[in-house]
Design a protein around this ligand. Structure first.
Ligand code: GAP
Length: 437
């Protein structure tokens, strides 16, 4: 059986994946804290993205730009003027909603009344704050709503210092902020979130080829990390949906418990951003290659994914319940590369000799993989807990281990057990993980 929305929210809280931010003060709506397991999962998702988008490629380099940028950046990019969503207010209960996310029935999602919404007004999603001690118009700065602009403003710096030639990409992972009108569905839509974005600069005449390439490549990434292919699809945007900078966009969508929704957008941003920044800053952001007559603005293909949203989707997708010997077991069938804990070492009892051997084995494993030692409760309950948090392998130390220096290794998915010498544990697991982690 697959997961319901409530299954994941309760697992996330119960096992320490995600907590409501400021929970002891009643919680801050739409902000979340990632607990000990959540931070590992989120880091693993980001690490896999970075590996596949930057480290395993010769044509993409990384960047980490500031969250605060000159306000000019957001004027040039069009965000100050056009980064808006249509907001409507219910005249009965005065709740505000994003018009394009209202239910088809037209009823107010809060009070249920019909025909109570007035004209929509455009609401700007930029988070504003002040830089320095004076709080006036001149000191207004914005928290970035996308990581992409730091890439565009550094285009020439990166090109010059890396001597990259077209086509090449610049990738960045980091926090973004949007004053969303209707945050919700747990960590799916929040006001503070993390993005994984890459801007791929290419010749204008090659933009459509690279757009197709990145569509296929990004879809492949989710499938390779074990996401159920039947719950993934690519959907091209209608013209009316396109962001102000995009000529064409397709979303990688996942079938969430509430229906198909966006995981990632892949857009052809044309030369919109480089042109805008060149014009407003007065800097030359055109590209030139030796032996050619003309300078030109490169086009940009942008695969833009959400790290926090994707982490949520991996969690949902991995969750399964199975009947085992008349009991229900919950198991997170996460790809080992994503699993927060790779190996758990479990002594059969808390007796000193077993705990000493447990530590000896755990010490070896920790050098390679994120390893947890769990000594409390019955072995059955400890297996269930490790299944529930997605640990691919459990190593059990029992009383025979003290004599024969052998341990039992249990596979999360098949529950099959192998008995092997302690000295072979590293090689055994290395083989199972296929060197991938
Ligand atoms: N630079 C292009 C850009 O930002 P986007 O489609 O607005 O495009 C890219 O955002 C991705 O960022 C989305 O596909 C989604 O995964 C994530 N994202 C956007 N807004 C979000 C929010 N409020 N909460 C969580 N993730 C969000």
């Amino acid at each position: 059986m697959t997961a319901s929305f409530d299954d994941i929210v309760s697992l996330a809280k119960k096992r320490g994946f995600v907590f409501q931010a400021s929970e002891i003060y009643g919680g801050l709506r739409s902000a979340y804290d990632y607990g000990p397991l959540g931070v590992e999962l989120l880091r693993n998702v980001k690490e896999q993205w970075w590996q596949s988008m930057v480290r395993q490629r010769d044509d993409v380099v990384g960047l980490d730009s500031a969250i605060l940028q000159s306000p000019e950046v957001w004027v040039a990019s069009g965000h100050v003027e056009s980064f808006t969503d249509p907001l409507v207010e219910c005249s009965n209960c005065n709740h505000r909603f994003r018009q394009d996310k209202l239910p088809e029935s037209g009823n107010c999602p809060n009070c249920g009344e019909k025909g109570t919404f007035g004209e929509a007004r455009q609401f700007n999603l930029l988070f504003k704050t002040f830089m320095g001690p004076v709080e006036d118009e001149a000191s207004v700065v914005y928290l970035r709503p996308e990581t992409a602009q730091g890439i565009f403003t550094n285009f020439e710096n990166v090109r010059r210092t890396t001597r990259k030639r077209l086509p090449f990409g610049i990738a960045q992972i980091g926090k973004s902020f949007r004053n969303e009108i209707t945050p919700g569905q747990f960590v799916f839509r929040t006001r503070e979130f993390e993005q994984m974005e890459m801007e791929y600069f290419c010749r204008p005449e090659e933009a459509s080829k690279w757009y197709d390439y990145w569509l296929a490549e990004r879809h492949r990434w989710y499938v390779d990390l074990g996401m159920n292919e039947d719950r993934l699809r690519l959907r091209t945007h209608e013209t009316a949906e396109l962001a102000h900078y995009a000529a064409v966009t397709a979303d990688v969508e996942y079938e969430f418990p509430w229906g198909w929704d966006e995981l990632e957008g892949i857009a052809n941003r044309t030369d919109f951003d480089l042109r805008q920044h060149a014009e407003r800053s007065g800097e030359d952001l055109t590209y030139f290659e030796e032996g050619e007559d003309e300078r030109f603005f490169p086009y940009v293909i942008e695969p833009a994914a959400g790290a926090t949203r994707t982490t949520f989707a991996f969690l949902l997708d991995a969750y399964e319940t199975e009947e085992v010997e008349g009991e229900t077991r919950v198991v997170l069938k996460l790809d080992p590369r994503l699993a927060p804990i790779k190996v758990a070492v479990l002594p059969l009892s808390k007796k000193d000799d077993l705990v000493a051997t447990t530590e000896e084995v755990a010490q070896q494993l920790r050098r390679r993989w994120n390893t947890e030692v769990d000594v409390t409760q019955s072995i059955g309950r400890r297996y269930r807990r490790q299944d529930e948090i997605g640990t691919p392998y459990c190593v059990t130390i029992d009383f025979d281990t003290l004599d024969d220096r052998q341990v039992t290794i249990r596979d999360r998915d098949t529950m099959a057990q192998d008995r092997i010498p302690i000295d072979n544990v590293l090689a055994y697991l290395d083989d199972k993980f296929a060197g991938a982690i």
